[in-house]
Design a protein. Structure first.
Length: 159
């Protein structure tokens, strides 16, 4: 049985996936003002999971293109939704297998970066990734609600 925080992460991913249902390639590639498009955000979330759970925790880099294209601060781009969903599924499948054995003791362990402690545990990293998903789940509807209230074009709305 998975640790309850791992179950929460899995639930969060399921809600993220549910929010992507029915989104076309065209809609996923739309940019509104300075915001990244949905397809880029999918790659960005794959990057964070890859970074914490495959790179930092296991010292592996199976999808180096994520670091180049979807890292925090990476240039704005418009990747294919299919491409980023395929990457996201590949990463989260590997991460799921890794996290399946997490215990409370695991979550209390230090999660070093490049062999050095940065004061982050497996548990705090798991919460950070979970919250990052929820941020992006709420990001788009928030913009459209604000635009509906102010009756402005979403591309002109302040964040």
């Amino acid at each position: 049985m998975a640790h309850p925080l791992v179950d929460q992460m899995r639930f969060t991913r399921a809600e993220w996936s549910r929010g992507l249902e029915g989104i076309s390639e065209d809609d996923a590639s739309r940019h509104f003002g300075p915001m990244n498009c949905i397809s880029w955000i999918v790659g960005h979330l794959a990057w964070q999971e890859h970074r914490y759970w495959l790179e930092f925790a296991q010292g592996r880099l199976p999808f180096p293109q994520l670091n180049e294209r979807f890292a925090y601060g990476a240039p704005k781009s418009t990747p294919s939704l299919k491409e980023t969903l395929d990457l996201w599924h590949a990463v989260t499948d590997e991460v799921d297998r890794f996290q399946a054995g997490f215990t409370t003791e695991t979550l209390l362990r230090d999660l070093p970066r490049k062999g050095k402690s940065v004061g982050q545990s497996y548990g705090s990293a798991l919460r950070r990734v979970t919250y990052h998903y929820w941020y992006h789940i709420a990001e788009r509807p928030k913009r459209f609600v604000r635009c509906s209230i102010s009756r402005t074009d979403p591309s002109m709305s302040a964040t």
